[in-house]
Design a protein around this ligand. Sequence first.
Ligand code: MV4
Length: 447
Amino acid sequence: MFKRILIANRGEIALRIIRACRELGVETVVVYSEADRGAAYLKMANEAYCVGPAKASESYLKIDRVISAAEIGNVQAIHPGYGFLAENAHFAEICRSCQIEFIGPSHEAMALVGDKNAARRLAKEVGVPTVPGSDGLVQEESEALAIAHRIGFPVLIKAAAGGGGRGMRVALNDLALKSAIQQAQAEAAAAFGNGEVYIEKYVEHPRHVEVQILGDLHGNVVHLWERDCTMQRRHQKLIEESPAPNLDENVRRSICESAVRLVKAANYSNAGTVEFIVDRQGNFYFIEVNARIQVEHPVTELVTGIDLIKMQFRVASGEPLPFRQQDILTRGAAIECRINAEDPTKNFRPSPGKIQRMIVPGGYGVRWDSHAHAGYEVSPFYDSMIGKLLVHQPTREEAIACMRRALLELSIDGVSTTVPRHLEILNHSAFTEAGVDTTFIERTWPS
Ligand code: MV4
């Protein structure tokens, strides 16, 4: 195991990683921006280095400054958390060329799955279902029209370098497709420095099901079952749960086995997520791979009993996975609500400011992952998540009841939060009956 590592992140996930390291007996060095100076979680690390001003592009995203902190801090490895540099293959390569282990997949595997078109091609090669669409990249309007006529409208134009809903455009007919292709290419070139696009049939009203996978450096890959992340708004997830409700057991197994097949073919190691959409008929299609630990990873930890952050360190330091696929079972149901400093009645507008008073829930089956506290100032510079409230219970019904009571215990003064909206969702029959698709929030509470 490593003796000393650096955390190239902030907030909730930085604290989550510090906690795992303290339990493992690993020393931590954490970087911070001027906006995070004085944050309480920094004191739980062994050392902390300022890497620049509040703007992420001047601090958390500055590769040279993060590497300097790692060199001065004399660490053996860097954990990137999620966001910031977590899926930057160039950063992963630089870490390794500086003889610092990057806690994540190899830069080659990361670059491969980061190219959505290449990942889609690989999925097809290993028999993982993909959405009907183009056979590779699309350059010309004429090609796009031919594909759209073959698969039928509506179609979705996706940027090869996009992901997480960025760089997507729907086209409903020939005329719209012509301009959509050009606009998508221009936008992708401007946003990602890569204008490549491909086309898929637009699957309407899908559910979002993702599979947690874990691979070691000896070629072993396992899945830790699935999470349902359908309850989202504008590609920002609000509620995640496991197991996915109303998912046929055979479909569940098939999705999870597909995820393992794909990441094995990509030579992928460490933690990752394979994202699928599931249509109303129960057909599932591979969408993309997220080459990082995700915000919602604790949902999987609760149902499997496996600490994913500790596993990331163990496999990165060369240990083989300590279990086989058949040893990984799920127990009960877990739900996560993301508590953001946002005003859901004002179109989820960020609500930064000082938390004047805060009472956090506890008791049987409740987990609260947060770096926030009374007196903490929610910065306007970063994402507005204050904490993640999780519950684990024997059944989904009990988990929903537990989450309701925990949300009612949670009291945060000084900033608006998503708590009232969570309570409305948990009381909505569409959620309790698990009949929602990804358009539920926008349909139910139009802005
Ligand atoms: C799709 C789709 C429908 N058809 N692809 C959005 C996030 C990105 N990872 C992929 N996304 C989608 N891809 C096809 N061919 C619908 C979405 C989508 C979505 C997917 C998962 C969760 C929420 C979503 C919200 C809107 C659109």
